[in-house]
Design a protein around this ligand. Structure first.
Ligand code: FE2
Length: 276
């Protein structure tokens, strides 16, 4: 990132005040002289007008230069802030992808969830900025699993109550990990609620229907699809027809029916979404 040198105003505010005071004093002195000594031409009107116009013009030019300089500084700051945020997201995304790469069963999961979620968002007419938010939320959605024991994550048998409680903490844990990244407000909301169910029986808050942020409902469909379409320690990937029928069954109970319908349409149009 290039070094940005921020300079102060070209002329100080005190100097500006002195100039304005001088203009007023000259004008006042001239009016006073005209009214009290009308016969005496102390300073001609033309000279005084010229001096005042030069001073006003000088002030005006300096003001414009200051505004232009401030505008340039603002643009540079916004650009630098964007680059900094991008670097922070890239660092934390690398952490997630590195964690996943170590585990055969979830390798590429976040990327595939992001791909499916982005396709749904685009199909629903999301703007470019909204798609970027979905993309970041998709990559980071399971970051809360960092710290959960591999024994629990890879357990081929049914989880006991305690282990299940540990798993259920991961959406909230994700928002805690991402807490310092203040600019990820919407992403954190989506991540926190990607395991809510449309019927209100999900976690962490038991939100239902439209109470669940739309982005979280999109992530839920993409996440559920990828879970069924991937190998797990306890089973092979489900056959395509089974995955489709499971998605239909979950529509309206676990998942938002509109998003499921949109996604099923996309699976027909874009068979590449099945790629693991
Ligand atoms: Fe999750």
């Amino acid at each position: 990132m290039g070094e940005q040198k921020i300079q102060g105003s070209h002329i100080s505010n005190t100097f500006k005040l002195w100039l304005v005071a001088t203009i007023f004093s000259l004008t006042f002195f001239h009016i006073y002289a005209l009214s009290h000594y009308p016969e005496t031409d102390i300073v001609s009107n033309e000279i005084l007008l010229g001096v005042v116009l030069i001073l006003v013009g000088y002030l005006w030019v300096q003001e414009l230069r200051d505004r232009y300089r401030l505008q340039k500084i603002n643009t540079a700051l916004i650009k630098a802030q964007g680059q900094l945020q991008h670097a922070e997201i890239a660092t934390i995304s690398t952490l997630v992808l590195t964690e996943e790469a170590k585990d055969h069963y979830v390798r590429g999961h976040s990327k595939r969830v992001t791909r499916c979620a982005l396709e749904i968002a685009q199909e629903l007419g999301y703007s470019e900025e909204e798609c970027r938010i979905i993309e970041r939320a998709g990559i980071l959605h399971d970051i809360g699993k960092i710290g959960i024991s591999d024994v629990i994550l890879h357990k081929p048998d049914k989880l006991n109550e305690e282990e299940w409680a540990a798993i259920k903490k991961h959406p909230r844990r994700a928002t805690e990990i991402l807490e310092p990244l203040k600019f990820l407000t919407k992403e954190k909301e989506m991540i926190c609620h990607h395991h809510e169910r449309f019927d209100g029986k999900g976690y962490p808050d038991g939100l239902k229907n439209e109470e669940i942020p739309l982005g979280a409902r999109i992530l839920a469909v993409a996440d559920t699809f990828d879970a069924m379409n991937s190998e797990r320690p306890y089973r092979k990937p489900l056959p395509e027809e089974k995955t489709i029928s499971e998605l239909r069954d979950a529509s309206g109970s676990q998942l938002d029916p509109l998003i499921v319908k949109t996604f099923l349409g996309l699976l027909k149009k874009k068979p590449s979404l099945w790629e693991r």
